[in-house]
Write a protein that binds this ligand. Structure first.
Ligand code: BG6
Length: 492
């Protein structure tokens, strides 16, 4: 079936933090691409909000530059650009004070019937005051929604406070908590693979699966975000959200329908079933690392401390965890989770390792029978590989070999996938929350993460160092090898 573009309903999208990094790198390019594809209706406005009194022309200049910097030049055509710029508006608002709000209210008054989405692309400590002003100026309509970005708190308690501030003004069905990993095409494909095929589901359990690895590896370091990152670390920045969401989609029971609450109910059950890691077992089940200098892609790279301009810090830029899901389906199947910055290459993948066959009919001349593996690649080359045993072709008797049945989405469909934000922003306008996190999921994720972070601090669990461009500290290899398994890149 070829792809279809269905226009979304008329909307006003108000972007708080309209001149920020997220707007420039992700939101404006994504909206431009959807407009270019014909998905935005004529009555669709994007209203950038910022403290600076840029004026309409000043903001258009900012939007042009953002597209120039973050959209491939072949994809910027004059006709699409002119149409896109015509839907842009700007309003200077002091979100902590009173100025600018009446002007914003006036702009919005022209579209009372439209879907109205408020995107909080600002620091979470502004969520409460923005929400209060939105209420004070009567800006919430029945078709209003609010979109919030992580970090949603730094622990369970602060996440509750963020949520409380938002829920004073918006009800849960109006709140869209973004985890952009859920907008990645291959992540959605994971659900298609599991629930639109007969062949995998009967095998998807501890009877047939030996263990699962989830890796999100980045080549980049912390870049300009040292200030934020040093107070956060990989556990809060990546594991609490992206990695746990991938784990949930891999491990959840089939939902009764591909609908927001059905999917989110099942994800929640996985989070609740995660076996607790705390001071008693954190040392055995988790590894923290921090990058030193090294080299990535032949280029020398600085250490984390140099990147953040500090003499010391024990913030982790790498985490490996041996997790367990204590339920009927997964009892005894370890889930090895791993993420880090400045690693060997940019790879995100889920590796499902099946158990060995129960009995071999072949003698030793056939060679070793390797286990089947299903590799779901999220990036950079999105696709799937199913590794199966075959007979080596030609004469020479029965010699067995594991080969990959490989599918690259780009090669198969000839197009690269849209950025996650394109899909997610359209879902906000459509009011579809399936790919967004519910408040209880966020809370359950923190309930599992908080004791791990507390254990690290209370037991002074050390941060292992690793060279930039490696695959993390050797302790991470030891973590999985203690279990008799190996990370994918070390296996044959
Ligand atoms: C963000 C994290 O949520 O995800 C970043 O804050 C990280 O630290 C990024 O680099 C990774 O996203 P992607 O889509 O590039 O894998």
């Amino acid at each position: 079936m070829s792809s279809r573009t269905i226009q979304v309903s008329p909307f006003d999208l108000v972007v708080f933090g309209g001149t920020g990094d997220l707007a420039a790198r992700k939101l404006l390019p994504a909206l431009y691409q959807r407009d270019r594809a014909g998905q935005l209706p004529d009555e669709g406005r994007i209203i950038g909000v910022a403290r600076k009194a840029l004026g309409h022309d000043g903001y258009l200049k900012f939007v042009r530059k953002s597209l120039h910097d973050h959209v491939k030049s072949v994809e910027v055509d004059e006709e699409a650009l002119t149409r896109f710029l015509a839907r842009i508006d700007f309003c200077a608002v002091d979100v902590t004070g009173e100025s600018g709000w009446p002007e914003l209210a006036e702009i919005l008054a022209a579209g009372v019937e439209r879907v109205r989405a408020f995107y909080y692309a600002v620091s979470p400590d502004l969520f409460a005051t923005i929400s209060t002003h939105i209420q004070q100026f009567n800006l919430v309509t029945p078709k209003s929604r609010v979109v919030v970005e992580k970090p949603l708190g730094t622990d369970g308690e602060s996440a509750r406070a963020v949520n409380a501030a938002i829920s004073c003004v918006f009800s849960e069905h109006q709140v869209f908590r973004i985890d952009h990993y859920l907008g990645k095409e291959t992540v959605q494909n994971l659900m298609a693979l599991r629930f639109a095929n007969r062949m995998f589901e009967p095998l998807w359990n501890s009877m047939h699966i030996d263990h699962i690895q989830i890796t999100v590896a980045e080549e980049l370091g912390v870049g300009e975000r040292g200030g934020y990152y040093d107070g956060s670390g990989a556990m809060r920045d990546m594991v609490q959200n992206h990695i746990l969401q991938l784990l949930c989609l891999t491990a959840m029971e089939p939902p009764d329908a591909f609908q927001a609450d059905s999917v989110r109910d099942e994800k929640l059950k996985v989070l609740k079933s995660l076996r607790r890691i705390d001071e008693r077992n954190a040392e055995q089940c988790t590894i923290r690392g921090q990058y030193r200098n090294g080299s990535v892609g032949g280029q020398p790279t600085q250490s984390y401390l140099q990147d953040i301009g500090q003499d010391e810090s024990d913030t982790e830029t790498f985490v490996a965890i041996r997790a367990e899901i204590a339920n009927w389906r997964w009892a005894g199947v370890p889930f090895f989770l791993r993420t880090g910055k400045r690693l060997g290459n940019r790879t995100s993948e889920i590796v499902v390792n099946f158990r060995p066959i129960s009995h071999s009919i072949f003698d030793h001349t056939a060679g070793r029978i390797s286990q089947n593996r299903l590799i779901i690649r999220l990036q950079p080359d999105e696709g799937m590989t199913l590794e199966v045993m075959i007979k080596d072709p030609g004469p020479g008797g029965m010699r067995l070999r594991r080969i990959p049945l490989d599918m690259s989405f780009v090669e198969t469909f000839g197009v690269s996938n849209p950025d996650a934000y394109e899909r997610l922003l359209m879902d906000v306008i459509r009011g579809n929350q399936t790919l967004f996190m519910r408040h209880d999921e966020v809370a359950a994720a923190w309930r599992w993460i908080d004791p791990i972070i507390a254990a690290w601090h209370n037991t002074s669990q050390r941060v292992h160092h690793y060279a930039g461009g490696s695959w993390g500290p050797s302790a991470s290899v030891a973590l999985i090898e203690r279990d008799g398994r190996t990370w994918l890149e070390d296996s044959d």
